[in-house]
Design a protein around this ligand. Sequence first.
Ligand code: FES
Ligand code: FES
Length: 168
Amino acid sequence: MKRGNVKNLGKEKGSGQIIPLNVNGEEHLVAVDDRDTLLDVLRNKLSLTGAKEGCGTGECGSCTVLLDGQPVLACLTLAIGVVGKKITTIEGLAAGGKLNPLQRAFIDHGAVQCGFCSSGMIVSATALLSVNARPSRQDIQSALEGNLCRCTGYNKIIEAIESVKDQK
Ligand code: FES
Ligand code: FES
């Protein structure tokens, strides 16, 4: 079991407990405050910076991760509330350090520009494809409703997801 920032327990304001978190298939022990969000813990204590903090208020989707396969906003999720669940981040989607087909499709279709929204988009699309291997364009648009992109105009993102669908 890996330890993420356990040594700092007691040194941070309000720090209070060590919790086990299963992230991308690995168990970690992490020192957390009751108010720490999952996004804070992933980024600042486990150095998993793929999930981004855009708004911090549940509006942009850039912090999306999977909890037992379901997309959630890590900025609105307390770390202490996800003990015992399987957390998957964008880093966990790349098998053996290689981009998976959906990640590759985003690059190949020009769906990544500044990239700030990309991990949230890909995680949301992963959740969709796990339950619907051949989603319609409307299905894809619905799945991405909570994910904002300021750069691409969304068409390239949808085309990237459709290209993976068409491979199945
Ligand atoms: S950072 Fe979580 S929704 Fe924007
Ligand atoms: S690629 Fe820049 S916000 Fe989406």
